[in-house]
Ligand binder design. Structure first.
Ligand SMILES: *Cc1c(COP(=O)(O)O)cnc(C)c1O
Length: 393
């Protein structure tokens, strides 16, 4: 079996989640919109899951809209909100290291719908500057969208401070919490959030299920029209087995996160320290402490991330050289570039993301082969960057 170190791309489905979902495929297959007994049982099961999730998020069940993915939740949050609120203003604020689901949605709104978007810079660790955020807010600003935790470099933003600034200026705040939900506090009251996007595939639930938390009283227009399911905001027959699985996965994540965070943080720091100490010309990307417990992102100078990945594949080690969605292109990641690493240096960046099946033995196997891989690739590399010349920003 491979050593899978790409949990930020997606996770396997937890066996307990699979078991909870199982009977909703062909035994309890009802359409929750049908008033026959089969449909009503499906509706009950869905209501129960919505209720369970609402307790975890500390909101009401009516504030949860199920969707088909994290991407869809984000599209609904941003497009749906700005279309419903455009009489109040046309300005959106986001930041440069967002996932493509946010960036491309904002670009679309700029190009096709006449909205204006500010993309805030981040510092060398990937954090936005709160004063810059406050300064960027104008009379036209209606929405701020800043992710909770970054999918590539693991940096965790100061969500509570951001929400306070938004509240002070009466601007609504959306956060993409797809990477955060498995590990961090997602109590929406405590965080002061108006809209929050989550998905199942990053927390040991099924792929192809997401949700949007929408604070009561927040205006939203649907982007998918039809039968009026999900309070009229997301039409289409609800995906009952996946909703059941998503709720189960969130419940398990919340229950087990304290022990798992400790275990993963130890493994994370063990791996980071070993690489930085034993392999020359390496940098850590992302924040040293305000980062996800399972994220390691390292730049190896003079080598291509893709080449490292391919060689690691030979040893059965699966990592990532950029987010899964963008790794088709050979440009360095927009996230690493936003932290100020020069173009030439940003190429050799590798992300290792740990998870439930990650063991110390697996990490040790990686640490055994990685120095040799880097050394070999540097021998055949035409570039030789001086470590002292690499300055962020
Ligand atoms: C995975 C991910 C998404 C997209 O979620 P899908 O369910 O794949 O559509 C959005 N934002 C972040 C931060 C992610 O990690």
């Amino acid at each position: 079996m491979e050593i899978y170190l790409d949990h930020a791309a997606t996770t396997y489905v937890d066996d307990r989640v699979k078991e909870a979902m199982d009977k909703y495929f062909s035994d309890e297959y009802g359409n929750p919109g049908s008033f026959n007994t089969v449909g009503l049982r499906a509706k009950n099961a869905m209501d129960e899951s919505r209720e369970k999730i609402s307790k975890i998020l500390n909101c009401t069940p009516q504030e949860i809209i199920f969707t088909g993915s994290g991407t869809e939740s984000i599209n609904l949050a941003i497009k749906g909100f700005v279309k419903a609120n455009k009489s109040k203003g046309n300005h959106i604020i986001t930041q440069k290291t967002e996932h493509e689901a946010v960036l491309e949605t904002c670009k679309y709104l700029e190009k096709e719908e006449g909205f204006e978007v500010t993309y805030l810079d981040v510092d060398q660790y990937g954090l936005i500057n709160l004063e810059e955020l406050e300064k960027a807010i104008t009379n036209e600003t209606i929405l701020v969208s800043v992710m909770y935790a970054n999918n590539e470099i693991g940096t965790v933003q100061n969500i509570k401070e951001i929400s306070e600034i938004c509240r002070k200026h009466k601007v609504k705040f959306h956060t993409d919490a797809c990477q955060a939900a498995g590990y961090l506090d997602i109590d929406v009251q405590n965080l002061g959030i108006d809209l929050m996007s989550l998905n199942g595939s990053k927390l040991y639930g099924p792929k192809g299920i997401g949700l949007l938390y929408l604070k009561k009283g927040t205006m939203l227009k649907p982007i998918i029209h039809g039968g009026g399911q999900e309070f009229g905001l997301r039409s289409g027959t609800e995906n009952i087995p996946y909703i059941i699985g998503f709720a189960k996965a969130l419940e398990i994540a919340q229950r087990e996160k304290v022990t798992e965070i400790t275990r993963l943080t130890n493994l994370r720091d063990y791996l980071i320290n070993n690489i930085l100490e034993n392999i020359p010309k390496t940098f850590l990307n992302g924040h040293p402490s305000s980062r996800l417990p399972n994220n390691i992102n390292i730049t190896f100078l003079d080598v291509e991330g893709e080449a490292i990945m391919l060689m690691m594949n030979e040893y059965g080690i699966c990592a990532s050289s950029g987010s899964a969605c963008t790794s088709k292109s050979l440009d360095p990641s927009h996230v690493i570039l936003a932290t100020g690493l020069p173009y030439e240096a940003a190429h050799g960046s590798i992300r290792f993301t740990l998870g439930k099946r990650t063991t110390k033995e697996g990490i040790d196997k990686l640490l055994k082969v990685l120095p040799g891989i880097i050394e070999y690739l540097r021998q055949v590399s035409p570039v030789n960057i001086n470590m002292e010349d690499v300055k962020r920003k």
